[in-house]
Each structure stands twice: as structure tokens, then as C-alpha cells.
Design a protein around this ligand. Structure first.
Ligand code: SAM
Length: 281
């Protein structure tokens, strides 16, 4: 069954009375080149793959071909009837119905992938929760090597930006703390059914063995990073003062110790400067 063929998808949806739910970010891929490319970039025959949001299974089937095992987590229970049919040839795939944000992913990985050399995440993410899912995957310290995901083009550019540049944001710093990121390729909106209003890109996050900087208090560091980017048009002193209530003089003194101007903006600081600032305040 060609799951990236628009007519095949339409007839499957008709037969099983399935309609797309915008609220679940349901845009299904109809470009036959994208899923094999994502599979090749993320896994090999010794890899266990955790997929989030298989939809009707187009990426799942490509991953099943390339990997040792695939466990796919799908929120939409209406797909319970359809997925066993579309993936009937894929004997190394297991579908778990539930919310990827709520399930115990560590337990799922331990239970399913003990015989795999490595575990990775690969997914065409629902765009309404891209950042929360990426951050949840990183912050849960899962035993995974990499995360290869399709996200909205703008999110890809933000996540993979260089820290300390205008394109960067709190998510850039947070992702950079846990992983090295790269944009692998772009995917146009016409590659989906229904076509979304945005273009997409596939990114890969290679999980670091340890963070690129050392901070005394991780929670404080991430709080500061969020505050630095909360009001982008304001100086760092003003936005951190407004958001966290830290005295402006304390902030100016700390900036001076890091060798930065009191009028610097949050987006201008690199990882080391953010780490030093967090240790000083
Ligand atoms: N992988 C398919 C493809 O490439 O055509 C579908 C991708 S579609 C963009 C996103 C999928 O994620 C949908 O099937 C949707 O039901 C599912 N989904 C949405 N929120 C989810 C969640 N919290 N946990 C697991 N799956 C979710």
C-alpha cells in the first residue's frame, strides 16, 4: 500500500470514515521521498525508533524498513481501526495509543528496546505542540542518541539558530544545552494533505553527553534564559527586571562582571555569558 499517495489516503479515509482533525495537527505526508530520507537520517537496522504521531503510518512504514524496531505513540484513538491495516506488513512495529506528553517514555524505551544498540526519536510532529514535545524529550534525559523531527520551518530556524544571534530564542539556548542541532532539509507545504499554511523542515538534534557549559543551578539558568527572551524589544536588564523582579543595579553589576554593556539585549548573549550571568545573580 502506497501510504504517501493522495488517492490511496483518500480512499482509506472514506472506507474507515476518518476525517482530519486540525486540532491534533493532522497533516499527512504525500511526498514519497520525505519519509525514506527521514528514516535514513535517523536510524539503521540496529536501532530502536520511538515515533510520535504516526497518523496513518507513512513514516512508520519507512522506519519499519530501516530500523530494528519501531514503537509509535498516537493520541487519536480513531486510528485504532486503520493502523493495523496500513501497517499489516510491518511486523517490527508496535502502536501505543496515548498522549506522548503524558506517557512514561523512559519506561516504554526500557520495555521495548533492550535488544537495540541505540534508541532514537523520529517523528513528523504535530505543530501545535512542537516546542513542548522537543523540550519534554530533552529534559526527561531519555536514553536516546538523537531526535530527528519535522517541524514548522520557522521553528526549525529558531531551534537551530546560533545562540547569540537575532534568530535565537529561549528554545535555541535550551536545545543547545542538551543537543547539537542541524537543519537536514526543507519540505514544502504541498507535500502534505491537507496542505498546511506553513512550510516545514526536518531537523536533527544529536544529544550531547554533557552540556557545553557548566552552571551552578540549572533551574535558575533556564529561568533566566526564559526571562531574557520574554520581551525581545527590551534590554536584558528591563526584561529580566520585569519578569523575575531582580533589581536593575544587581543586573547591571553582573553584566559588567561578564564584560557586557548594561543596554545589551538577551539575544546577544552566547552560552558562556548566559551561564556566567546566571551564576552571578
Ligand atoms: N506521521 C504522519 C505523517 O507524517 O503523515 C502524521 C503526522 S501529523 C503532523 C501528527 C500526528 O500526531 C497526528 O496523527 C496526530 O493525531 C498525532 N498527535 C497529536 N498530538 C499528539 C500527542 N500529544 N501524542 C501523540 N500523538 C499526537
Amino acid at each position: 500500500m502506497n501510504l504517501s499517495d493522495a488517492n490511496t489516503i483518500k480512499s482509506l479515509l472514506n472506507k474507515y470514515g476518518f476525517s482530519f482533525k486540525k486540532s491534533l495537527g493532522q497533516n499527512f505526508l504525500i511526498d514519497s521521498t520525505v519519509c525514506p530520507a527521514m528514516a535514513e537520517a535517523s536510524c539503521d537496522e540496529n536501532t530502536g525508533v520511538l515515533e510520535i504521531g504516526p497518523g496513518i503510518g507513512v513514516l512508520t512504514a519507512a522506519l519499519s524498513n530501516a530500523a530494528k524496531k519501531v514503537v509509535a505513540i498516537e493520541l487519536d484513538e480513531r486510528l485504532k481501526k486503520l493502523l493495523p491495516i496500513t501497517l499489516s506488513d510491518c511486523i517490527n512495529v508496535e502502536i501505543i495509543f496515548g498522549d506522548a506528553m503524558k506517557l512514561d517514555l523512559k519506561k516504554i524505551i526500557d520495555e521495548h528496546f533492550s535488544d537495540c544498540e541505540k534508541v532514537v526519536v523520529c517523528a513528523n510532529l504535530p505543530y501545535y505542540i512542537t516546542s513542548p514535545i522537543v523540550m519534554m524529550l530533552l529534559e526527561s534525559h531519555l536514553p536516546i542518541d538523537s531526535i530527528t523531527v519535522m517541524v514548522q520551518k520557522e521553528a526549525a530556524e529558531r531551534i537551530c539558530a546560533e545562540v547569540g544571534t537575532r534568530q535565537s530564542g529561549a528554545v535555541t539556548v535550551a536545545v543547545n544545552y542538551y543537543a547539537q542541532s542541524e537543519i537536514l532539509f526543507h519540505v514544502g507545504r504541498e507535500s502534505f494533505m491537507p496542505a498546511p499554511n506553513v512550510d516545514s523542515a526536518v531537523i536533527k538534534l544529536n544529544i550531547r553527553e554533557c552540556p557545553p557549559i557548566k552552571v551552578q543551578d540549572e533551574a535558575k539558568f533556564f529561568k533566566l534564559v526564559k526571562a531574557c527572551f520574554a520581551q525581545r524589544r527590551k534590554t536584558l536588564v528591563n526584561t529580566v527586571n520585569n519578569t523575575l523582579g531582580i533589581n536593575k543595579e544587581v543586573l547591571k553589576n553582573a553584566l559588567s562582571e561578564v564584560g557586557l554593556s548594561p543596554t545589551v539585549r538577551g539575544e546577544e548573549l552566547n552560552m558562556e555569558q548566559l551561564a556566567k550571568l546566571s551564576d552571578l545573580i
